[in-house]
Write a protein that binds this ligand. Structure first.
Ligand code: NAD
Length: 249
């Protein structure tokens, strides 16, 4: 028996990194998956890589009209959604003193506004017992130099999980946050660091992780499958850290 047999799932930002790894796992566990991303060529490549039971819908999570089009497509093709992995997001380095309005707006529009309206606009499609997983980060609770705006967005995401469990209580919809630690993905190329600086960051972080290494996107995907499936039927409102122990010491 597959863990997500017959389920319909949405993975925002499913064309790369953690989202793509999760979309693959969802399909392997029997789900039909919708993935989103902003750029059509990357989305097409991801759909090809996932191979089956997948539809790509080009959309920017921070654009509410794109979200309306996304949910109209899901409604027309499948009629409902059992699982949402609100994953699209990212961040760039900016120390206090060098934070611009543009940096603030871009980070909050994607990670907070986009995630909020993804979930809110999906509500009419969710049956009783649906599972919503929000991609936060260990940055929700620990400090990182020059990463305060990103970290603040992820603290907001963690807070959404606590509050929405209450708002969706009557419908028995579960909402959990997942907090990956250091997981190198294509997203690391957009941090605003050189390749050498990215490698230095990864090496220095690995030294502080109890398991002695960074994680892989598939290790996050396996934990998302747990939260999406009935294996976690009594797990609600949590923040599941998948970080090799980094934020726990
Ligand atoms: P990634 O860059 O490989 O993937 C991000 C995905 O989100 C891409 O598909 C991208 O197209 C999409 N995306 C970004 N902005 C978008 C927008 N406005 N609209 C639609 N799609 C958008 O990065 P990743 O590392 O896989 O990150 C995925 C999520 O995991 C992010 O929310 C990130 O904050 C979170 N996260 C990552 C790590 C890590 O170490 N990789 C750690 C903690 C949390």
């Amino acid at each position: 028996m597959q863990k997500l047999e017959g389920k319909v799932a949405l993975v925002t930002g499913g064309s790369s990194g953690i989202g793509l790894a999760t979309a693959k796992r969802f399909v392997a566990e029997g789900a039909y998956v919708f993935i989103t991303g902003r750029r059509q060529p990357e989305l097409d490549a991801a759909v090809k890589e996932i191979e089956k039971n997948v539809t790509g819908v080009q959309s920017d999570v921070s654009n509410l009209e794109d979200l309306d089009r996304l949910f109209a497509t899901i409604e027309q093709k499948q009629g409902h959604l059992d699982v949402i992995f609100a994953n699209a997001g990212g961040g760039e380095i900016a120390p206090l003193g060098a934070i611009t309005e543009e940096h603030f707006d871009k980070t909050f529009n994607t990670n907070v506004k986009g995630l909020l309206f993804t979930v809110q606009k999906a509500l009419p499609l969710l049956p009783e017992g649906a599972s919503i997983i929000l991609n936060a980060s260990t940055a929700s609770t620990v400090g990182t130099p020059a990463f305060s705006v990103y970290s603040a967005t992820k603290a907001a995401v963690r807070s959404f999980a606590r509050n929405w469990t209450l708002d969706l209580k009557e419908r028995k919809i579960r909402v959990n946050a997942i907090s990956p630690g250091v997981v190198p993905t294509p997203g690391y190329n957009h941090l605003g660091l050189s390749d050498e600086q990215v490698q230095e960051f990864i090496d220095s972080q690995a030294a502080n992780i109890p398991l002695g290494r960074v994680g892989t996107p598939d290790e996050i995907a396996k934990a998302v499958v747990f939260l999406a499936s009935d294996d976690s039927s009594f797990v609600n409102g949590i923040e599941l850290f998948v970080d090799g122990g980094m934020a726990q010491i």
